[in-house]
Design a protein around this ligand. Structure first.
Ligand code: SF4
Length: 215
């Protein structure tokens, strides 16, 4: 897939993060976004790591935290194992983002949204390369009621800092900033649709006719 094709794939997601309708953006915005995307691709150094774990071990990784979440049990119901992913775009993306923020805030916002969308896309590609068979969609600490502090527990448990350079930062953030820890349950297909979502009845995105996934 060439850069233009990747851009076309991630642009709708980036627009969603910016809360703009990708169908309604003008040529000038599109060109500006593609230019920011070029800068982003120059800076990306993607790294990924994955580990299989039983649901029992995941739940036991920090019972004080995992027992706070009903979403975890909801999404992993019927799964025996999970696969945990840690992925990052690397430190150069953050450094360039800071430069843009100092000089051109609107471009910085576009760059940041594209970076988030690219991380999702590259993690999707990484996941697909594993040919996992039946599995749920990926979700992450911070999604629904899953405690975001689980990120830190998982970073330590899987030696993620040593292996691919994702570190704990303050306020439950990670460094590099464009990094994520996600997991999916193995053994059953659950697509990311509202019909499968525990938030269906009180979702703020749906009230604005938005979705948290690409339809
Ligand atoms: S948009 Fe749908 S899937 Fe996403 S959080 Fe809302 S209800 Fe759930």
């Amino acid at each position: 897939m060439n850069d233009k094709e990747i851009f076309n794939r991630i642009f709708p997601t980036a627009c969603r993060y910016m809360r703009v309708d990708p169908i309604k953006v003008d040529v000038e915005f599109n060109d500006k976004a593609f230019e920011a995307f070029g800068m982003l691709m120059d800076n990306v150094r993607f790294k990924g790591q994955h580990e299989f774990m039983s649901v029992k071990n995941l739940m036991g990784i920090d019972t004080e935290l995992t027992s706070q979440s009903s979403d975890l049990s909801f999404y992993l119901e019927g799964c025996k194992d999970v696969v945990i992913f840690a992925t990052t775009l690397g430190v150069n993306v953050d450094a360039f983002s800071k430069k843009l923020q100092a000089n051109d805030m609107s471009r910085a916002v576009i760059y940041d949204s594209l970076a988030s969308a690219l991380l999702e896309f590259m993690t999707d590609e990484y996941e697909e390369s594993l040919n996992l068979g039946a599995h749920t969609f990926r979700f992450a600490p911070g999604y629904g009621d899953i405690p975001i502090q689980l990120n830190y527990i998982i970073i330590d448990a899987l030696s993620i800092s040593k292996k691919i350079g994702i570190y704990k930062a303050s306020n439950n953030m990670m460094l590099p900033q464009k990094s994520m820890i996600t997991f999916c349950g193995m053994g059953k297909e659950v697509a990311p649709t509202c019909a499968h979502c525990i938030r269906l009845k009180n979702c703020s995105l749906r009230k604005d006719n938005l979705r948290c996934y690409n339809s």
